[in-house]
Design a binder for this molecule. Structure first.
Ligand code: ZN
Length: 193
């Protein structure tokens, strides 16, 4: 989805080095993002536009944190989301497609970053409206903080990636347990001395 891809443009090293990268500053990431569906900007964002994007990202992450902590979005969140969406209107059009027959499309009016920010906001709004709030997650690895939508059947996805963050946390728990054991049974100190 557009909204979690966008939030994750703020990247943190899941291995715990403390390193992070703002990928809005990277041409490579922007090029990838500009190929996504509904991202209709034609040129890289200016510094001013990137600042505005950071403002949106901050707001979205704030709302996600609020939801992850077990709350419904409040009136302020809804109002702000509506404001972001208002800035990029769409028009509707019925088009004939070979695969699915007549399809109702919402076509962005503008091809600029203001419109893109409205599209990102709309994708989040659509998840709030049609998805399940309890499936919105932040990775359980505190170094990672990757944001995702848990679409597993039993809502069991605790990490962005079980092979990476899941394993990292398993190893960490194992080490912590081992450390605790050696401190409590005193096996690290020499009893004969
Ligand atoms: Zn993770």
């Amino acid at each position: 989805m557009l909204w979690d891809d966008f939030i994750n443009s703020m990247w943190h090293d899941r291995r715990g080095s403390g390193r992070s990268e703002d990928r809005l500053e990277q041409e490579k990431w922007l090029t990838w993002f500009m190929r996504q569906d509904r991202v209709c900007a034609e040129a890289f964002p200016t510094e001013e536009e990137r600042n505005e994007m950071r403002r949106l990202r901050h707001f979205l992450l704030d709302t996600v944190r609020h939801i992850v902590s077990g709350h419904e979005p409040d009136a302020g969140h809804i109002e702000q989301l509506n404001q972001w969406m208002n800035a990029g209107p769409v028009y509707r059009r019925l088009v004939m497609t070979e695969e699915h027959g007549p399809q109702l499309q919402e076509i962005p009016v503008n091809a600029n970053w203001t419109q893109v920010m409205a599209e990102i906001s709309a994708s989040f709004a659509s998840t709030l409206a049609c998805g399940e709030l309890s499936r919105i997650r932040i990775c359980g690895n505190p170094d990672c903080l990757w944001v995702y939508y848990d679409d597993t059947r039993n809502r069991s996805k605790r990490y962005c990636d079980d092979k990476m963050c899941g394993n990292l946390m398993k190893v960490r728990r194992f080490r912590a347990k081992k450390k605790q054991e050696t401190t409590t049974d005193g096996s690290e100190t020499n009893p004969s001395s």
